[in-house]
Design a protein around this ligand. Structure first.
Ligand SMILES: C[S@@+](CC[C@H](N)C(=O)[O-])C[C@H]1O[C@@H](n2cnc3c(N)ncnc32)[C@H](O)[C@@H]1O
Ligand code: SF4
Ligand code: SF4
Length: 437
């Protein structure tokens, strides 16, 4: 076997060795992705994350020259329930990594916002803002429940920068308790100014921010629908440069659909001209949730894949698509990653979408409804359509996730094969292993 990428290190430690058995017919695993690059053929095992050069036989038996492929689980016994096997491995890895307590806190200082994005999934939510009492209790809750040496705080909303005093106070509470902490933020960026950037790089210990934009200027203005507009389009770009200069990693997320896509090249030109320190700035496009759930999802994802060279030519970093990863994923999103979402009224949720039925406690009493959380994050109820899917190890494996792609499998395949080809290309040009990107 010519190995292009080794298998995941944790799995290699945890999984019992496979011994090829006589009288068993082996067939390619459901997790194998085959692809071509140049003249060569490759196979990638999306469970173990190993990639090798070559092809798999459609079936084989022990001793026929394919024992290495059987041991590496590229070939598995015919009839094996690979979904059950994945769920077992997943549980095993979780137990291996398990620690009691909270790993990170996504805090919503307010559900209020100065924009009224025409697509916002929070539309209609009550615009509650944290009271002083809730801010103080949030600090106590964090002090009582954190498990990491460095507490992770993520500021979310509504627009988190409408809650500057809340952020200031919670960070101050961390310092008073002599706790190390770092923070990140998801913001529309319109309220950022030099004074805020000083706070970010200073007392807030903010190392990463995602700024949401909506394409070229006319689309931005129309879609963000600010309550009062002050050339935020250019102001946000200036702020991105200043944050990058201050050492903060910035990711610009541009929400797209069929209506704003045609003007994306103009948007890229504006970003190119308006942003400096691009080495700290990434850009990615994401279809709006409605498009992801519609017939048009695949066509839009194809466009997103194809625009990548333009992003790179403009000098921005690109990010992996849809989480095709190098390592076995122990969690798939914040809901099963040991972090909690704290809403402005002090409720606890597993996910930033805050589905009402998933509320599992509050900052005064901690977990009051473990069943609600468990039900939302249950991994043993893999959706029927996911059971035989090669992308199960990369995907949200629990059924309750509110965001689902209509042609999820095809979309994952499109992005995965693109990422794998780039990996092989990069390796060929540079030599040695390269990350999947
Ligand atoms: C609800 S906003 C809150 C944070 C902040 N106000 C902002 O806009 O970044 C969080 C993220 O959800 C995204 N979002 C909101 N509605 C969406 C939708 N219908 N489809 C896809 N993304 C959406 C926003 O673009 C933003 O990146
Ligand atoms: S800026 Fe964020 S919270 Fe505000 S309306 Fe837009 S997506 Fe929603
Ligand atoms: S959601 Fe779609 S891509 Fe993900 S595991 Fe299920 S079928 Fe596969």
């Amino acid at each position: 076997m010519i190995e292009i990428r080794k298998s995941d290190k944790t799995l290699a430690k945890l999984l019992p060795p496979v011994t090829p058995r006589l009288a068993v017919t082996y067939i390619p695993s459901q997790y194998v992705l085959a692809f071509e690059q140049g003249e060569k053929r490759y196979v990638f095992n999306n469970l173990t994350k190993q990639c090798i050069e070559g092809e798999l036989p459609s079936s084989a038996r022990a001793g026929e020259g394919y024992d290495d492929l059987i041991r590496a689980q590229f070939l598995v016994p015919e009839g094996k329930d690979e979904c059950a096997y994945y769920n077992q491995i997943s549980s095993l890895v979780r137990v291996y990594n398990q620690k009691k307590g909270v790993r990170g806190y996504t805090i919503l200082p307010t559900f209020g916002c100065n924009a009224r994005c025409i697509y916002c999934y929070e539309e209609g939510m009550k615009q509650v803002t944290m009271t002083l009492e809730i801010v103080e209790q949030t600090i106590r809750y964090i002090l009582d429940t954190h498990i990491s040496d460095k507490v992770k705080l993520s500021w979310f909303g509504g627009e988190p920068l409408l809650g500057v005093r809340t952020i200031d106070r919670i960070c101050e509470g961390m310092r008073e308790a002599e706790l190390e902490y770092k923070s990140s933020m998801i913001s529309n960026g319109s309220l950022i100014n030099p004074e805020i950037i000083e706070k970010m790089a200073g007392d807030w210990h903010l190392d990463h921010i995602q700024i949401s934009m909506d394409g070229a200027e006319p689309d931005y203005k129309y879609r963000k629908h600010y309550r009062s507009y002050e050339d935020y389009y250019h102001q946000v770009m200036e702020s991105v440069s200043l944050m990058a200069e201050a050492g903060i990693t910035v990711n610009i997320r541009c929400n797209v659909d069929g209506e704003n896509w045609d003007r994306i090249p103009a948007f890229l030109d504006d970003l190119n001209a308006g942003i400096s320190h691009k080495e700290k700035v990434g850009l990615y496009f994401c279809p709006l949730n409605d498009v992801r759930m519609s017939e048009g999802d695949l066509a839009l994802w194809q466009k997103i894949r194809d625009v990548r060279p333009l992003i790179e030519a403009a000098g921005f970093r690109t990010t992996p698509f849809l989480g095709l990863g190098l390592n076995f994923r122990t969690n798939h999103c914040m809901a099963d990653g040991g972090s909690v979402v704290i809403t402005p009224d002090g409720s606890l949720y597993p996910c930033e979408h805050c589905p009402a039925e998933s509320r599992f406690g509050d900052i005064w009493n901690g977990v009051t409804d473990e069943a609600a959380r468990r039900e939302f994050c249950r991994v043993d109820c893999t959706r029927e359509k996911c059971r035989k899917c090669p992308f199960l190890p990369d995907c949200t494996s629990f059924a309750a996730c509110p965001v689902q792609d209509k042609h999820c499998r095809e979309v994952h395949e499109l992005m995965a094969i693109d990422a794998l080809k780039r990996m092989v290309q990069k390796q060929e040009s540079e030599g040695g292993e390269s990350p999947i990107c």
